[in-house]
Design a protein around this ligand. Sequence first.
Ligand code: ATP
Length: 242
Amino acid sequence: MKAITIKNLYFKYDKDWILENINLTLMDKEFLAIIGPNGGGKSTLLKLILGFLKPNRGEIKIYGKSPLQARHLIGYVPQYTTFSLDIPITVVDIVLQGRLKKGKFFYSKEDKHKALLMLERLNIAHLKDKKIRDLSGGQRQKVLIARALATEPKILIMDEPTSAIDIKGQKEILDLIESLDITRIVVSHDIKILFKEVDKIAYINKIAIIHEGPKLNIPTDQHFCEVELMEFLKDTDVGFNK
Ligand SMILES: Nc1ncnc2c1ncn2[C@@H]1O[C@H](COP(=O)(O)OP(=O)(O)OP(=O)(O)O)[C@@H](O)[C@H]1O
């Protein structure tokens, strides 16, 4: 079953195209890694998939629906913490927010159980009663991931989930994402993500280069930068868009 189909997508904020002729298909339960340089359009593409922005041309379908109709199917972890740190809200309360649906104002016992389960999965159950403002950046990031997973989404979308996290935490997060049995999209500058079992790689820099199929044999050399990676993908790609 197709989870996401993007066809001939073009987008601009002002007069210049930010994304040009993007074509991408993601099947149910596949794991897509989106990489590319700063300003390349990665976050913009996520916002289009989430229905926060509308394409100028082309279309996006999510399980056959428009992004707005499919919004409830997606758990989203933004690049930056979006809640105010002045509010003395606890970790478990943040995760419980993920259990609230339209027209529902109270949590059941099951909601609380699921929220605690998510905290355990992310190894942060011991922080459940802490105020969110008293956590480190990495711990806050894990709480946001737990909240997104608590919605039991069909698709999990994460923008730079490991950027504020130490090496041990990064491994935990990437291992967790790898183990999830749902459709996943992760934007990352961290090439380590490509050592995970990703099904597809999209290199986005206005246009998209999509790699799928055999796992890339990526050099572990730390100087292997994104531009070199793009060249590497061009040689092995299946869908160079331009
Ligand atoms: N709201 C906006 N209005 C106008 N231009 C914008 C807006 N948001 C982003 N841009 C521009 O669109 C381009 C793509 O930005 P985007 O945030 O999608 O890139 P990115 O690949 O996610 O970058 P990064 O890796 O730095 O997060 C950039 O040139 C950026 O300046």
